[in-house]
Ligand binder design. Sequence first.
Ligand code: ZN
Length: 226
Amino acid sequence: MKKAVVLVSGGLDSATTLALAKEQGYACYAISFDYGQRHRCELEAARQVAEMAGVVEHKLIRMDLNSIGGSALTDSSIDVPQQPAEGIPVTYVPARNTVFLSFALGWAEVLGAEVIFIGVNAVDYSGYPDCRPAYITAYEKMANLATRAGVEGSGIHIQTPLIHLSKAEIIQQGMRLGVDYASTVSCYNPDAEGLACGRCDACRLRAAGFEAAGVPDPTRYQAGAR
Ligand code: ZN
């Protein structure tokens, strides 16, 4: 069975990506990151998502991106915005997907997996530069120059099945494949119990997606959040 490494954050997009990877017949190896994120409760969601999908293995990588900071998600002195803003928002985490993909790349090489799945999206997204098609194309090119698998083996391919889908289309794909969105966490600023704030970018995009898809929103919100 062909193998794929799948980045699983615990959010809606990566849960759908994992389901799509399984549908393509891959034996899936999930990888999640405890990087000091404000919304650490997403890691419990990632564990549940990976377990329900029946992955072969789920690896949790720990790293300290707080020591770099520079993002509302990794520096507690920067608040998560509650209103949309122009340009790349402060919830952008410097170089995050480059760091994550590099761990996924290393693991893929060790496993002999030829494919890495990442649920980046360039339609209903927050404008992060490391979610754009040009970035993924460049990363894939680099990956094949940087690894033994790329230079002497059959190469590494990065699949981004969501990249051109709207949030509503992503949700429709997930519903078709039986993804349990109630167990996913998207909010950047959840409370101690993991309940969503209903106001951050991630909450807004997610709620609008369920509405546009005509699917009841299963998100667990804080009291008075919406
Ligand atoms: Zn939120």
